[in-house]
Design a protein around this ligand. Structure first.
Ligand SMILES: Cc1ncc(COP(=O)(O)O)c(C=O)c1O
Length: 354
C-alpha cells in the first residue's frame, strides 16, 4: 500500500544566483536555477516533499544507484510567451514516460500529483530563469535508488529531484553523424525504450570515437542485424526520401520521443506523407545515390530539430543539402517553436500554462 504525505515545504533561497543581465547565449547544462524540488520514497511512503535552494546532496558510498544503476530521468522545456506567461511543453508525456522507465528498472511509480505539483511550483518559483528569447528553461526530473546496501535487489528507498537550467541551442550548427556497427545501443527485451542513466553511459565510448573522427554523434543500428537505423545518442531520426518523411518505427529498442510524436502529428495533419517503419542504412545510402535523399534531421527536446549535414557510412560521407533547400525539417522546427512559445494557437493540448 502506497501513501503520500502531501505537505510541500518551500524554502526559498536568500541569495539568488540569477544574473542581472538577460540570459543570452547560455551554454547548455552548466548554469542551474535557484531551486530544486525533492521528494523521497521510503518503503511505500512518499514523504518529505520540498522545494529548497539548489545545493549539494549528501550520500553514503553504499548508495544503491552508484552500484547498480537504478536511475531514470527526463527532459522537458519551459518557455516564456510574448505576454510573459510560463509555458511547459507536454509535461504529461514526460510524466508518463518516467514512470514507464521506472517500471522497467523495477522502481515504484511516482504519483502524478507529486510530480506535477512539484514541477509547477518549482517552475513558478524559478520562472525568472526562463530566457525571454533565444532559449528556454530545460527541466530535468531525476529519480534514483538510495538504499544503503550492497547486494543486488530493487532498492526500497528512492529520491525524486526536479532541477532546471536555462539553455540555448544544444547544437549550434547542423550535425554530422556517423553510423556505428561496432557498438550497439539496445536489443529487444533490453532497456532501449527506457530513459535510464545506464543507456547513456553505455553510449559514451561510441560517441567519443565518433568525435575523434570529426562527427558530432553516432547513428545506432539495430542490435541483431546491424542493419536498421535506430536513433542518435540524444535524438530520434527522420529522413526525407522522395517527399516522404520516414522514421524508424517504435520497436521497444528506441526512446519513444515526445518531439518525434509531435513532429509526426504535425506532418500528418498537414497532409505530409509519413512512414514509421524499419529503414535500413543501406536504403538511406541508396536514396542518396539516386538523389532522392532530401533531408535528414534529429528530433529531441534538447536539440529540438537538428538538421543533419553529413552521414558517415562505410568510409564515405553522404553530404546533405544546405538548410536553405530544406522544406520539411526547417518548417517543422519553426512550427514547433511557435507552438511552444505560444505564438500560434495550440490545437493539441500540448502547452501547459502554469
Ligand atoms: C536516446 C534519446 N532518443 C531520443 C530522444 C528524444 O526524446 P524527446 O523528444 O522526448 O526529448 C532523447 C531525448 O530525450 C534521447 O535521449
Amino acid at each position: 500500500m502506497e501513501t503520500v504525505n502531501h505537505q510541500l515545504n518551500i524554502q526559498k533561497t536568500e541569495h539568488s544566483r540569477l544574473p542581472s543581465e538577460p540570459l543570452h547565449h547560455i551554454p547548455f547544462g552548466r548554469i542551474f536555477s535557484d531551486h530544486i524540488f525533492v521528494a523521497t520514497y521510503d518503503n511505500g511512503t512518499w514523504e518529505d516533499l520540498k522545494i529548497m535552494p539548489y545545493s549539494n546532496l549528501t550520500m553514503t558510498p553504499a548508495m544503491a544507484v552508484l552500484h547498480y544503476g537504478q536511475a531514470v530521468f527526463e527532459g522537458m522545456k519551459a518557455y516564456k510567451s510574448a505576454t510573459g506567461e510560463t509555458l511547459i511543453f507536454r509535461p504529461d508525456a514526460n510524466f508518463r514516460r518516467i514512470n514507464k522507465s521506472a517500471h522497467r528498472l523495477c522502481m515504484p511509480p511516482i504519483p502524478e500529483e507529486i510530480f506535477m505539483e512539484g514541477l509547477k511550483e518549482l517552475i513558478r518559483l524559478d520562472s525568472a530563469w526562463i530566457p525571454e528569447s533565444e532559449g528556454s528553461l530545460y527541466i530535468r526530473p531525476l529519480y534514483f535508488a538510495t538504499d544503503e546496501f550492497i547486494g543486488l535487489k530493487p532498492s526500497t528507498h528512492y529520491t525524486l529531484i526536479i532541477m532546471s537550467c536555462p539553455v540555448g541551442a544544444y547544437y549550434s550548427e547542423p550535425v554530422k553523424l556517423i553510423v556505428t556497427d561496432k557498438y550497439i545501443r539496445a536489443c529487444e527485451g533490453g532497456t532501449g525504450s527506457a530513459k535510464c542513466a545506464g543507456n547513456y553511459a553505455a553510449s559514451l565510448l561510441a560517441d567519443k570515437e565518433a568525435k575523434a573522427l570529426g562527427y558530432d554523434n553516432v547513428i545506432w543500428l539495430d542490435g541483431i542485424h546491424k542493419k536498421y537505423v535506430e536513433e542518435c545518442g540524444t535524438m530520434n531520426l527522420a529522413f526525407v526520401i522522395d517527399n516522404v518523411v520516414v522514421t524508424p518505427q517504435l520497436t521497444g529498442t528506441i526512446l519513444e520521443g515526445i518531439t518525434r510524436d509531435s513532429v509526426l502529428t504535425l506532418f500528418r495533419d498537414q497532409g505530409v506523407k509519413v512512414e514509421e517503419r524499419l529503414i535500413s542504412i543501406q536504403e538511406v545510402a541508396e536514396a542518396y545515390d539516386k538523389g532522392i535523399l532530401q533531408e535528414a534531421f534529429g528530433m529531441g527536446t534538447a536539440a529540438t530539430i537538428a538538421h543533419v549535414s553529413k552521414i558517415g557510412y562505410q568510409g564515405r560521407d553522404l553530404i546533405l543539402p544546405p538548410i536553405s533547400e530544406r522544406k520539411y525539417g526547417q518548417s517543422i522546427l519553426e512550427q514547433l517553436e511557435a507552438i511552444k512559445t505560444g505564438k500560434v494557437p495550440d490545437r493539441y493540448g500540448w502547452v501547459w500554462k502554469i
